[in-house]
Design a protein around this ligand. Structure first.
Ligand code: SIN
Length: 328
């Protein structure tokens, strides 16, 4: 019998509709339902038995933590109920954040695969149908077991840990800048060429049981001419932790440093990430160490924000949070 794959839809360009087939921008995201998405790929029935359910029908810039909590619970439920794998269709703009959240929280070795599209479903040469086909083939493959949450678009297979959207409009919009792809879809099957070494899914210590919301963790963006007004506003606004997207090796301007150092001294975890898009944040200045800031390792700011929020459900202890940034 063919494996049962559960398709959970959340909206995005993959489900987008435009007035004309040559319109590649200015369309309505999330307009097309699961039945239409599946109808565009009749050969899916040769690979898997598909069940589908709509979780949301949104442009992913509007993704919320409440939807993440619902999605994570639903993924676990359908896997526990016997699905061989899950495919999630998602807008590409925040796909990496949802994927990483699930990578840290879904307790299963079974494949969970996210996909999206850069061109709406109504476009000439729409990329969604092949991406869905690849995602189902990946989710149905025993080779995808135990690899954490995966993302496939345009034939590439990425780990949720490492991938980022790196182009505003191109079909080849995703990359895993530091470590490269895990593999590629070749001749209709996944071909893995490396494995993820960081902790995830079944080996993750993060547990959403009883969690109804995540702690508030804003991101501050470092730039020339920065002053401390945004940092002060974040603290005043009730941040439980702060991620600073610094220039270069996670650098923090002298004008911002005292406010963040005071926040860290008061017990608010402050994470140094980098706005560069690649590379680990490493030792830069004694002042950062003395302030007790936490290094984001290779996590980009948006993913550092997710890990910090989950860490804060368990602890505010600096060494513990730093350990998590090294392990996840
Ligand atoms: C979205 O993220 O929902 C819109 C953009 C896209 O899916 O490519």
């Amino acid at each position: 019998m063919k494996p049962k794959i559960f398709l959970l839809t959340t909206g995005g360009t993959i489900a987008g509709a435009a007035a004309k087939s040559d319109a590649l921008t200015g369309y309505r995201a999330g307009a097309v339902g699961a039945a239409e998405l599946l109808a565009a790929v009749p050969a899916l029935s040769e690979v898997a038995r598909i069940a589908s359910e709509e979780i949301a029908a949104i442009d992913s810039k509007d993704m919320t933590e409440a939807i993440w909590l619902r999605l994570a619970a639903r993924v676990e439920a359908v896997l526990d109920a016997g699905a061989a794998g899950v495919v999630i269709t998602h807008g590409t703009d925040t796909l990496e954040e949802t994927a990483y959240f699930l990578h840290l929280t879904v307790k299963s070795e079974k494949p969970v695969v996210l996909t999206g599209a850069m061109r709406p479903a109504t476009a000439l040469s729409a990329d969604g149908p092949l991406n869905i086909f690849d995602a189902v083939r990946l989710a149905a493959s025993p080779a995808a077991h135990g690899q954490g949450v995966l993302v496939t678009l345009n034939g590439d297979i990425h780990s949720a840990r490492d991938m980022e959207k790196v182009h505003t409009t191109a079909v080849q919009a995703f990359a895993s800048p530091d470590v490269g792809v895990l593999g590629r879809m070749e001749e209709g099957a996944p071909r893995f060429r490396r494995r993820v070494l960081t902790r995830h899914t079944a080996a993750s210590e993060f547990d959403l049981a009883g969690v109804t919301e995540l702690p508030y963790v804003p991101i501050l963006y470092g730039h020339a001419g920065a002053d401390d007004r945004l940092a002060a506003a974040a603290v005043r606004g009730g941040a439980a932790g702060i991620v600073h997207a610094g220039a270069g090796n996670g650098s923090i301007a002298k004008a911002v440093l005292p406010t963040l150092a005071a926040a860290a001294a008061a017990g608010l975890p402050v994470v140094r990430a980098s706005r560069t898009g690649a590379g680990a944040v490493l030792f830069a200045e004694d002042a950062y160490r003395m302030a007790g800031f936490i290094d984001a390792d290779t996590l980009p700011p948006a993913k550092a924000r997710i890990l910090l929020a989950l860490a804060l459900l368990k602890t505010r202890e600096r060494a513990e949070v730093q350990r998590m940034f090294h392990e996840y």
